[in-house]
Design a protein around this ligand. Sequence first.
Ligand SMILES: NC(=O)c1ccc[n+]([C@@H]2O[C@H](COP(=O)([O-])OP(=O)(O)OC[C@H]3O[C@@H](n4cnc5c(N)ncnc54)[C@H](O)[C@@H]3O)[C@@H](O)[C@H]2O)c1
Length: 259
Amino acid sequence: MSARPRVLVTGAEGLIGGVVRARLGDAYDLRALTWRPAPFPSHVADIADLEAIRPAFGGVDAVVHMAGTPHVSSSWEDVLRSNIVGTRNVLEAAREAGVERVVLASSNHAVGMYEIEAAPAIYALDDPRVVAEDAPVRPDSDYGVGKVFAEAIGRMYADRFGMRVVCLRIGSVVADDDPTGPSVLATAAWMPWLTDDDRRARLRATWLSQRDCAELIRCSLEADVRFAVAYGVSDNPRRFWSLDGARALDFVPLDRAPA
Ligand SMILES: NC(=O)c1ccc[n+]([C@@H]2O[C@H](COP(=O)([O-])OP(=O)(O)OC[C@H]3O[C@@H](n4cnc5c(N)ncnc54)[C@H](O)[C@@H]3O)[C@@H](O)[C@H]2O)c1
């Protein structure tokens, strides 16, 4: 990429979009796409509307696609609109505009059943189980199915159209950026059998700090790969998702949840 590449961030008003704007604005000439008017310059459109989003892609070198419904409990209608139709439209608009690179927000929920069938034992510091990048997908929800779709269509755009596509199976990026803070107890609502201590142990294993999240996205924008799937998780004392895929993108996690 040329000096200070132009990078379009979809979902720029969201949590991770905000992390990208706060931390990668020096490295990249960032452009924003948001669903609603934002307090910063932005192309406002629904990603389910291909025609409406097209103008945002002109002249950009790369896309960081974070727009979508982020909840495991999302309705099928929301998944279909924002995560399935929306992700296809983002890739198609990128292809039409000749954009070479797309970093896609996937999720650990593409493989969430490995965790659900093993929780809470899998959170223990001495549990050896790790889900690899190439483990068969096992989505745990309509939301997870939408992320499997994103990875599949990302692969198709890489294979058929020569785009560089990195899919990030993001762990837990939390608003207060604190793996031990009050947000812990609001996590993992889809597993009602977990105790508060289980939820603390889960976030200790799944936390991705905002600093590491930005760095992983930066590495994904720079990587010399045609297609990759990587988990996004900090160097936590217990992890049950592999970091090999992220390390292959030259990602070096700087943060670690306290044991
Ligand atoms: N935060 C996490 O820990 C986490 C974990 C795994 C995956 N992810 C994924 O990362 C991405 C960003 O997550 P986040 O935590 O920042 O969520 P967020 O809800 O804060 O941000 C998502 C943004 O997407 C926008 N959006 C949704 N539907 C849209 C549509 N149809 N058109 C245009 N914009 C739309 C929303 O307005 C919102 O600002 C999501 O795809 C999410 O599934 C996040």
